[in-house]
Design a protein around this ligand. Sequence first.
Ligand SMILES: NC(=O)c1ccc[n+]([C@@H]2O[C@H](COP(=O)([O-])OP(=O)(O)OC[C@H]3O[C@@H](n4cnc5c(N)ncnc54)[C@H](OP(=O)(O)O)[C@@H]3O)[C@@H](O)[C@H]2O)c1
Length: 254
Amino acid sequence: MSRLKDKVALVVGASSGIGRATAKLFAAEGSKVVLGARRDTELQSLVAEIEAAGGFAVALAGDVRSEAYAKALVDLAVARFGRLDIAFNNAGTLGETGTSTDVSEGGWSDTLAINLTGSFLGAKHQIAQMLKNGGGSVIFTSTFVGHSFAFPGVAAYAASKSGLIGLTQALAAEFGPQNVRVNAVLPGAVDTDMYRDMNDTAESQAFVTNLHALKRVATPDELARAVLYFASDDSAFVTGTASLVDGGASITRT
Ligand SMILES: NC(=O)c1ccc[n+]([C@@H]2O[C@H](COP(=O)([O-])OP(=O)(O)OC[C@H]3O[C@@H](n4cnc5c(N)ncnc54)[C@H](OP(=O)(O)O)[C@@H]3O)[C@@H](O)[C@H]2O)c1
């Protein structure tokens, strides 16, 4: 398959989970990929895996709270591969959880800094580059939490992730005339480190599984395929959307 033939894609939050699976799928679909996250060892092993499969990848470790890092990732894409067509802003943290009356100002701010501001800073520099090469596709990872499902104890996470939906709409309206599409993917539960950290008992996993009409959680590969749709020309007329990929959690009441 080559749905991303000759494209250059940046995947932020590529060291594990959804981002890792998406970077591999993008590369398998013909895209050259630039990988970002904090854990360099994981990024370098993914580069090696993609190259061993015949693809092209480069990684730069850093923290999405830094605007200099957002710019450096774009600069790396241009220096190594000449352009930037696709950016998947997927880095995220559950942040400080617990009863909201006990959440610290620092925990709240840090969650927003990673999930919301980090994604904005990424998009700011990615779109500036995409405008130079005729457009592109920006994708954010939001979540069903705070959109179609509310859990107690995750106010900062829910607020930061639903903020991404407003950001998606604003950027889509602002840059649509210049052929930059912007969409948000809203996963239900996905079997990743984040999910397992949050749901570390059989009871908790059974509870979360039951929230979905499909009565299971997603694999990272299933999310990657949804992200590929937004990255590719299959979604050429789709922008400004908040797209649930949630196994039917939004229509389930049992
Ligand atoms: N799993 C779910 O059920 C679920 C559901 C809905 C939405 N999501 C969202 O999906 C996205 C991916 O999560 P995942 O489930 O795949 O979990 P994950 O494996 O923990 O992935 C999180 C990714 O974000 C990166 N990251 C976190 N903080 C960062 C920072 N400050 N700077 C740079 N990178 C950072 C991590 O890399 P490093 O640790 O190496 O920095 C990692 O690559 C997140 O935005 C999450 O909120 C997940």
